[in-house]
Design a protein around this ligand. Structure first.
Ligand code: SF4
Length: 71
C-alpha cells in the first residue's frame, strides 16, 4: 500500500508555513501560517505525481510535524 495521505500534527507544527510553500498544490496557509488542506480534508490525499514534493516537505518540516501515511 502506498503512503498517499499527508498527516499533519498540529500540536507539533510551529506554523511557519514552509510546507504550504513546498506543497502549494495541496496546502494553503491559514492567517497564522498553519497549513490547511485545499481539499478541506484533515489528512489530504497526495496524488502520485506530488509524492516526491510531499516527501520533501516531510523531510524539511523543522517541527517533524508531517508524515505520509496509508489511507
Ligand atoms: S513545515 Fe512543519 S512546522 Fe512548518 S507549517 Fe508546515 S507542518 Fe508546520
Amino acid at each position: 500500500m502506498s503512503e498517499n495521505r499527508l498527516h499533519i500534527d498540529w500540536t507539533a507544527c510551529d506554523g511557519r508555513g514552509l510546507c504550504a510553500e513546498l506543497l502549494n498544490e495541496i496546502l494553503i496557509e491559514d492567517e497564522w501560517g498553519y497549513p490547511l488542506a485545499r481539499s478541506g480534508e484533515t489528512a489530504p490525499t497526495v496524488p502520485e505525481p506530488l509524492r516526491k514534493n510531499a516527501r520533501r516537505a516531510v523531510d524539511r518540516c523543522p517541527a517533524l510535524a508531517l508524515r505520509l501515511v496509508n489511507s
